[in-house]
Write a protein that binds this ligand. Structure first.
Ligand code: GLP
Length: 243
């Protein structure tokens, strides 16, 4: 695991975008695993800038997103489908037919999870998976649990995740209670993983994730087992790392 310290959020975003850009330059037809949340927005902005400057070409890139709320349709501003179009897909020359987000409106969970898992396999797996980190150590929507959920599945969101995400909704009751998410096996099947973290409020979970026990109670701790993980974190997020 490589830990790259960034000065602040802007620096973290720049470094993360450079790593994603390098992946696209090395393999123009790569499969990117993408993430939502507030943390990657700055990196997406930088990628758009690079595209606009003529430095980056997304025309052959394919994408698969980590997760989606169950029950939100694509036009809902809080859906991850909407988020990805707003922050990245509508702003670069990506072929939209090559972008994929779990279908939150598919009511049959088993069917949707199988479809998504098969889709990733048919694409040849993920070259670079971008990840944010939840305050409880979740990745995608893999919440702390007694065992690691392996493949794409439907989850009941934890109280803390609903609480953290309510800022985006008019009322806490509007936050969906379930989501579809890639599983731990799906995520760690990526050939390379890039984790972005910013802010002091993440410092404790960063230290636990990177140096604590590997346990499903801290889902992101499994990343310690992967040979190609890059963590780009700002100084504040690394402030509780044992020196
Ligand atoms: C959500 C997403 C995660 C994301 C996490 C952290 O729950 N499902 O993929 O990593 O929030 O979000 P933020 O970056 O806003 O702290």
């Amino acid at each position: 695991m490589r830990i790259i310290e960034a000065k602040d959020y802007v620096d973290m975003s720049r470094k993360a975008a450079d790593i994603i850009a390098a992946q696209i330059i090395l393999k123009p037809q790569c499969v990117l695993g993408l993430a939502t949340g507030s943390t990657p927005i700055g990196a997406y902005d930088r990628l758009v800038e690079k595209y606009k400057n003529g430095e980056l070409d997304f025309s052959k890139v394919s994408t698969v997103n980590l997760d989606e709320y169950k029950g939100l349709d694509r036009n809902n501003e809080q859906s991850y489908y909407y988020f990805m179009h707003k922050h990245l897909f509508d702003r670069v020359n990506i072929d939209k037919t090559r972008t994929n987000v779990p279908d939150g409106m598919e009511p049959e969970a088993e069917k949707e999870c199988r479809r998504y898992e098969d889709l990733i396999t048919s694409m040849g797996g993920i070259d670079l998976q971008l990840l944010g980190l939840g305050h409880n150590g979740h990745i995608g929507f893999n919440e702390p649990a007694e065992a690691f959920d392996k493949e794409t599945h439907c989850v009941d969101l934890s109280e803390s995740t609903i609480e953290a995400n309510k800022r985006f909704f008019a009322a806490v009751e509007d936050v969906p209670k379930q989501a579809y998410t890639m599983g731990i096996k799906t995520i760690t099947g990526a050939r390379r993983i890039l984790v972005v973290v910013s802010g002091e409020d993440k410092a404790e979970i960063v230290a636990k994730t990177l140096t604590g026990d590997i346990t499903p109670k801290v889902p992101a701790s499994i990343l310690q087992m992967h040979s190609e993980v890059i963590v780009v974190a700002d100084t504040a997020a690394l402030s509780k790392m044992p020196r």
